[in-house]
Write a protein that binds this ligand. Structure first.
Ligand code: ATP
Ligand code: MG
Length: 414
């Protein structure tokens, strides 16, 4: 019997896999067909193939080809080349749809890199390569599968099909090496484990343990994006709890020491997102620091000290990840609202508070916290009613408008 070549991929014919072209987005198909029509290889790659094989609806469909970016650009009118080091083609279609086309590439070796950059082993330091090399430079085996639009075959160089069957997240190559090259892969490993309900391969888990501190060297902008991905995929609670368990969390968000209820709150936030409420970064940020805020908050103290505390907490994250002021501000409002909720109704400034655009969301967060902690449940209905009825009508204007300004602040009603 003929032995297969050592590097021969496992190939599934059209009849032996579940990918149907009907489930591939129309514009992606157009791109794939046009590339193939012009004699290029055209594969669907990455998460699209993985999710289709799992019977899930892919978030996006990435395309890989042996055409160079310039060759791709010539084929599509609506094509823009992006990326500094490695050029990618973005093809735009009506309705804001965007298809990303990448030329097959491989991980760069030291000889490929300009001298001054040899220290930088960043994952995007890639050069054009073969489909096989392109599969091996990817992060996890289940993310390294290809669907060939010419033969309708699934092509697996990296053992991804086997791991899909065994529901395992396995790093392509040696996890210690691959996490050193790009520490963000550690977070992605936890993300996919949580999203797909898979188990993380033992070697990868061990490697995260060992390489966790390296994540602090990754570009904060990338971590911030992956953190938001956790929230958007409704697995922030699960993945961050996992990150806490294997020592990654304290390097991921420096200075963040969550209490035991924080993870429960994050789970509750994920359930809210599952129910269809879109997650915002300010809500996520407030969720991360809610427990710490409440633990240090003095409800009998002035609002200025609550503000100070909210600022201190959100600025830690905000400065490290360069979060825009508007988002930080909204996160602070979400935190400070809990000060007002806890003090009860009839306090100064209530009229403005009840009509403030963030107050509704703040009550949602407060409600999630109350459910998780079993505290303050009694306050929720009171405030829900107050927000839905709105503030009482303003008193009629006085005759002499000058006299409206009070010299001394009125003592708070109790
Ligand atoms: P989804 O888009 O559903 O979140 P995805 O697998 O498509 O999941 P993307 O972030 O869109 O994830 O990346 C597309 C593909 O690029 C991945 O499937 C993987 O093959 C590769 N990839 C992404 N990030 C890395 C990385 N840090 N190292 C190596 N390969 C990566
Ligand atoms: Mg994707």
């Amino acid at each position: 019997m003929e032995q297969p070549e050592p590097n021969q991929p496992r190939v599934l014919d059209r009849a032996d896999h579940s990918i149907s072209r009907k489930r591939i987005e129309e514009n992606s198909l157009k791109v794939l067909y046009r590339l193939r029509h012009h004699g290029y290889k055209a594969y669907l790659v990455g998460g699209g193939v993985r999710d289709l094989l799992l019977g899930l609806t892919p978030k996006d469909f990435d395309v890989a080809t042996d055409a160079t970016p310039n060759q791709v650009k010539k084929l599509f009118r609506n094509c823009f080349l992006v990326g500094r080091r490695f050029r990618l083609a973005h093809i735009r279609f009506a309705g804001n749809s965007l298809i990303e086309v990448a030329t097959f590439r491989r991980q760069a070796t030291e000889e490929d890199l300009p001298d001054e950059e040899t220290e930088q082993r960043f994952y995007s330091e890639n050069v054009f390569g073969t489909p096989e090399e392109d599969a091996f430079r990817r992060d996890f085996t289940i993310n390294g599968l290809f669907y060939d639009i010419d033969s309708f075959q699934v092509i697996d160089y990296v053992g991804g099909l086997h791991d899909l069957e065994r529901k395992t997240i396995r790093v392509i190559g040696d996890p210690l090496v691959r996490f050193t090259e790009d520490p963000v892969r550690m977070l992605r490993a936890l993300e996919f484990t949580a999203r797909l309900g898979f188990k993380l391969d033992h070697a990868a888990r061990e490697a995260i343990f060992q390489r966790a501190p390296l994540i602090a060297e990754a570009a904060p902008a990338r971590i911030r994006e992956e953190l938001m991905e956790l929230f958007r995929h409704k697995v922030a609670g699960k993945a961050l709890q996992d990150a806490q368990g294997n020592g990654l969390l304290r390097h991921l968000i420096p200075g963040f020491i969550p209490g035991e209820k924080t993870f429960q709150l994050l789970h509750a936030i994920d359930r809210r997102t599952v129910s269809g409420v879109p997650i915002t970064e300010s809500f996520a940020l407030a969720g991360l620091y809610y427990e710490e805020f409440l633990a240090e908050l003095q409800t009998e103290g002035p609002i200025a000290s609550a503000l100070h505390l909210a600022r201190e907490l959100t600025d830690r994250y905000g400065q490290y990840f360069h979060v825009a002021n508007g988002i930080r501000h909204e996160a602070r409002e979400l935190l400070i609202a809990s000060y007002r909720f806890l003090r009860g109704r009839g306090r100064r400034g209530e009229r403005r508070f009840l009509t403030h655009p963030v107050t509704g969301q703040a009550l949602e967060l407060f409600t999630l916290w109350a459910e998780v902690s079993g505290e303050h449940l009694d306050l929720i209905n009171t405030w829900r009613e107050a927000i839905s009825t709105g503030p009482p009508p303003s008193p009629p204007p006085r005759k002499n408008p000058r006299r409206r300004r009070r010299r001394k602040p009125r003592p708070p009603r109790t």
